[in-house]
Design a protein around this ligand. Sequence first.
Ligand code: ATP
Ligand code: MG
Length: 346
Amino acid sequence: MKKDILTVGNEHVGAVQSINKDLVTKALNMRCSSYLAHIKSKLLTETIFEIDNSKKDLCKINEKITNQRDTIAKQKLELEKAHKQLHKEIAERRKLETQLLHSQKMESLGTLAGGIAHEFNNILTFTQGYTELLMNKHIEGSDEWKLLKQIYAGGERAVNLVGQILMFSSFDPTQLKPVDLNTEVNEGLIMVKAGLPENVEIQSALLEGCAYIMADTSLIHQMILNLCINAYQAMKGNTGILKVNLDRLEKCPQDLCMENKSCFKLTVEDNGCGIPEEDQRRIFDPFFTTKGVGKGIGLGLAVVHGIVEKHQGKIIVESKINVGTTVTVFLPILATDGDQKPEELV
Ligand SMILES: Nc1ncnc2c1ncn2[C@@H]1O[C@H](COP(=O)(O)OP(=O)(O)OP(=O)(O)O)[C@@H](O)[C@H]1O
Ligand SMILES: [Mg+2]
């Protein structure tokens, strides 16, 4: 029987009987195409599946990238916050270091000044005493008597100054007692009014009711006097307005480090010449003055600073050239129970 070689596509399938060749070829072709279709659809399904999987992976990666971006943004914010906080803490620390240095300087100067003032006071007692004796030996109003009177008056000024230094350096904390700040500021202002010319207008706004603090009344008066005299002197003989205000704050300004306690805020404001910026950091230094020989000693604000510190308070000065100066004193409130009187709190 005759046989033919059967070929499907390029492949030789085998030898088949000639009469069956067409039939076998057809059958094989049919199987091949259905097999190919099967392969195609299988491949397609697999490809689609793989694409789907890749899409899912891509989504996951995208999600991860978004999450990481969020985390990075959050960390950046936290870093910025920490950076700011660090800056604030460094500034705070520097401020505290400056304050500490200033307090130490004041303390040693206080001790030194106290010692000198004490000696000086003894010498003055003699010179004033002998001047008085000499004055008694001359007829009142005579040339000699007038000269001696000048010496005596100069000595009196020295006694006053020495007294101020002594009072400041020999401060005794047991002298503090509950007092009404309203009353004390008022009394201080009465003394100020008596000494100021009429072209200076004093405007005061104090608190209604009592404002108790632990204080030494004479030091509070001295503080008011020193601040008001400075304000008046800054007006340089011109007409001026001196404003004295007393307020109550439920919380002290945070940067003052007064443990956020409630406090009284006393401001003494003038529309005088103002303080140049380069002088502002020196005004509390003892013996710093811009008033010239014989006019200022430079002790007023150093004494006020000491008084405020001794009352556990804080003081700040804000000033603008040719606009004026505001001195603000914060003093801790003495907690009272309703209408208690200061003497009941001792
Ligand atoms: N309200 C103010 N306006 C302008 N400058 C002021 C004011 N208060 C203080 N100063 C400046 O601060 C300096 C120091 O003041 P402080 O009261 O310590 O000393 P003084 O007034 O010069 O002298 P003293 O008070 O001992 O008589 C002053 O010389 C002045 O330059
Ligand atoms: Mg002064």
